[in-house]
Ligand binder design. Structure first.
Ligand SMILES: [Zn+2]
Length: 492
């Protein structure tokens, strides 16, 4: 009996100790949380202080990141100058070799003449939004035309290495631990011989919105694509990318990168579908390629005309490759860009027809048909929204409360904060968080932290163990970051 009593007392003491430590940690946690909130609210109106705060804050991942648009123009310029390509002195077009005409000059010639620095400056202005005055040229054109210009610098060996390392370096400097980049569309020469007469049949299906007819054609096309070695195109691509990724040691203890394949939406239907099948095939069989996307301006004539058909193509590929995830640029539109009735259905179709796992941009949400239902559906089915604040401001002229962020928040759609094209936009992820805090004053620090964790939870990373590792790192980094903020705050 006495033994039991001692044991009982011992347990009581342990229990009391535990209770006290829980109470203490809860109260000190509440105190820290309150202090951080207080500090955060006190700097909300000050851009420099917000920048310092967010630059240091762990930001998890950037899920809406275009590889070629994230590289700064200086990198492309160094490449074409090193190669001594030629530039058209009037239009600033760059080519590998000079065509006829005396307006073309090698970069080495410009260097000898002393005009190279001026041309470099002009190229930065042409290949990004730097010094853009907002008047002399449409901002969406200024933005999208840069990608055509990058093609010339995108071809050389070694170019990928420089770009991948640049993205990683930038991520590390601003406390970003994961990037899911939209890398490329996969070339597949063996598919060139596929009969283009399917274009006409698919267009008929598109015009009539005849799903049965579309599927019938896609079935035939799919067989042709498979018979013409789509699988080997995917395999070759996967092997090269995997080798590059490992050779450059992109993944390490503090950083992880994964890739999405994309298809370009401004080409004829057969070309979109060929590219889409190879993209799915590749993503289905490579651990590093975690998803598929659809890119190029959504308001382009072909994008608008074939939008429904593209959604059917994704739905079709999902049935063939059910494990492959896909995020879709949908609703990257604003009033005035297209007819108002065309603002009502792109996100709906991406969600309900294509079955997208995440939506990129989703800016036209307020105009979507039965938007409240759509928002509820997205929240219920964990379809995250990839918010790109600065990109939307520049390309669509949508910002502040015209942006549907508040709608996504109200309906509890999972939110992630992203860059889109940090290179073209001369921006970074820190800048996106600064805009978020400055413009949406009711978004608390706790909510922002949730967005950061969302960037891991809603990533397409295939291995749960890597997600767990990234979240554990976030826990550790946040507690260090918060301690440092509190120390700095209490010192004043
Ligand atoms: Zn994008």
């Amino acid at each position: 009996m006495p033994v039991c009593k001692v044991l009982y007392l011992g347990n009581t003491i342990d229990y009391m100790k535990q209770l006290l430590s829980i109470l203490f940690s809860v109260s000190s946690f509440t105190l820290s949380a309150q202090t951080i909130d207080k500090y955060f609210e006190s700097i909300r109106k000050n851009e420099a202080e917000l920048t310092a705060f967010f630059q240091q804050m762990p930001k998890g991942g950037d899920l809406h990141n275009h590889f070629s648009g994230s590289i700064y123009a200086e990198t492309y310029i160094n490449y074409v100058v090193d190669k001594d390509y030629v530039i058209n002195e009037n239009t600033l077009e760059v080519r590998t070799a000079a065509p006829d005409g005396d307006e073309w000059a090698h970069f080495s010639k410009l260097d000898k003449e002393g005009t190279l620095p001026a041309y470099k400056q002009k190229l930065i202005q042409k290949w990004s939004v730097k010094d853009y005055n907002g008047i002399s040229y449409p901002s969406d054109k200024q933005f999208f035309e840069t990608f055509g210009a990058f093609n010339i610098a995108n071809k050389g060996a070694g170019r990928l290495d420089t770009g991948l390392l640049e993205l990683k370096r930038r991520a590390l400097t601003e406390n970003v631990t994961y990037i899911e980049t939209m890398f490329t569309s996969i070339p597949c020469g063996s598919l060139n011989k596929i009969d283009t007469s399917y274009n006409h049949l698919l267009e008929t299906a598109q015009t009539k919105r005849d799903e049965a007819l579309a599927i019938k054609q896609l079935d035939k096309l799919y067989k042709l694509i498979e018979d013409n070695n789509a699988g080997s195109c995917a395999t070759v691509f996967n092997e090269e990318l995997t080798a590059t990724h490992h050779r450059l040691k992109i993944d390490d203890s503090v950083f992880t990168m994964r890739y999405q394949n994309y298809v370009v939406r401004v080409v004829p239907p057969v070309d979109v579908f060929k590219s889409l099948v190879v993209a799915f095939e590749s993503a289905n069989s490579c651990p590093l390629i975690v998803g598929v996307n659809i890119v190029a301006p959504e308001d382009n004539e072909i994008s608008m005309r074939d939008y429904w058909l593209h959604m059917e193509m994704f739905k079709y590929c999902h049935k063939k490759y059910p494990k492959v995830k896909y995020a879709m640029h949908a609703g990257e539109l604003a009033l005035g860009m297209v007819k108002p009735e065309d603002l009502t259905w792109h996100i709906n179709a991406a969600v309900h027809i294509a079955g997208a796992n995440r939506i990129g941009h989703g800016v036209d949400m307020a105009y979507e048909h039965k938007s409240y239902e759509l928002l509820r559906y997205m929240a219920k089915n964990n379809i995250a929204i990839e918010i790109n604040l600065y990109s939307n401001e520049f390309i669509l002229k949508v910002k502040n409360d015209a942006h549907p962020l508040s709608l996504y928040r109200k309906f509890h759609v999972p939110i992630t904060i992203n860059t889109d094209d940090a290179g073209v936009l001369r921006s970074n992820l820190t800048h996106q968080y600064v805009l978020l805090a400055e413009r949406y004053k009711d978004v608390s620090y706790e909510e922002i932290k949730q967005y950061v964790y969302n960037s891991v939870d809603y990533s397409f990373i295939k291995e749960e163990s890597i997600k767990d590792k990234l979240k554990a790192q976030l826990d550790a980094r946040f507690s260090r970051f918060e301690r440092e903020v509190i120390n700095a705050y209490s010192a004043h």
